[in-house]
Design a protein around this ligand. Structure first.
Ligand code: B1M
Length: 231
């Protein structure tokens, strides 16, 4: 059957999720948006739609990009389709009236233009009641420092997806240290090529494997900070 003939609403949940992985791979934004709407209407939580349909689909794209089966233009289309789905989920993930947990400044580091994971973290943090200031991509150290001070932030979040850009996180942390500001902020880092050891080595407070871990980690550090202040 040709793709044109597939009626997404007629598919079972499992079939639809597989079809969405294909549609993401093919960069079909409208189909992804439709699929997201169908799963939500069937009672899926926004978080499950995000992880099972979108993030899992992007993992397949990533593997074929790595193996030279997909190239930048195709991956850009896939990323665009993913963003279409994320735009629908964003307001649903962002709880209304959640108590203010703290403020995070987040951005992708200098030299790096990957923003999907960072956007997901920002969304999930907002959903958990954090105020988030998103600096976007390609951030030099000065941009982080200015924003942290201007916003009176509690948390600095940095994202890097390239092995060549992840060392820049250390430049930012070292700069905070040099200015005597390091202890003022909880520094969380994330991105596919990082790991806990790297996080420790550059002097971050924690490495966060994914957006859900970022939320839990931020919550526990904020709770510790409040406890320390009230002791
Ligand atoms: Co790029 N890319 N890319 N890419 N890209 C990767 C990262 C790569 C692993 C692909 C591969 O070879 N398999 C590879 C890096 C290899 C390496 O460094 N070892 C790579 C490369 C090489 C490149 C270029 C150099 C390609 C080229 O031009 N020849 C180029 C670099 C451009 C630049 O940045 N200067 C490039 C370009 C692009 C596109 C523009 C085409 C596009 C980005 C579009 C966009 O973001 N708007 C793109 C994409 C989409 C990818 C892959 C396929 C997918 C990334 C993604 O969005 N994943 C990626 C392959 C991969 O990672 N498997 C790849 C989905 C996202 C939800 O996951 O970002 O990991 P992730 O975020 C997770 C966690 O990591 C964590 O939580 C998120 C949600 O759970 N997390 C954080 C992330 N940031 C966090 C911050 C936190 C906490 C947690 O702060 C507290």
């Amino acid at each position: 059957m040709a793709d044109d003939d597939i009626i997404l609403a007629d598919l079972s949940d499992d079939e639809l999720v597989l079809q969405m992985h294909d549609d993401l791979y093919d960069g079909l934004k409208e189909e992804i948006e439709e699929g997201v709407g169908i799963l939500l209407a069937r009672g899926w939580t926004p978080y499950h739609v995000l992880t099972k349909a979108l993030v899992a689909g992007m993992t397949i794209v990533g593997a074929d990009f790595r193996d030279g089966i997909l190239f930048v233009p195709e991956v850009l289309l896939a990323a665009n389709a993913m963003k279409g789905g994320m735009a629908i989920l964003k307001p649903l993930l962002i709880a209304t009236g959640a108590p203010r947990m703290g403020k995070m400044v987040i951005g992708t580091v200098k030299g790096d233009i990957h923003d999907i994971g960072k956007n997901l973290v920002a969304m999930m943090m907002e959903g958990a009641g954090f105020e988030v200031v998103d600096l976007g991509i390609n951030n030099a150290v000065e941009k982080y420092l200015e924003a942290l001070e201007r916003e009176g932030a509690d948390i600095l979040g940095m994202s890097a997806l390239l092995t060549t850009t992840m060392p820049y996180m250390k430049v930012v942390i070292d700069s905070l240290k040099e200015k005597g500001l390091r202890e003022n902020y909880i520094v969380l880092v994330g991105g596919a090529p990082l790991n806990e050891e790297f996080g420790r080595a550059i002097g971050a407070d924690a490495y966060c494997r994914d957006a859900a871990v970022a939320v839990e980690t931020a919550k526990s550090f904020i709770a510790r900070k409040h406890n320390a202040l009230s002791a």
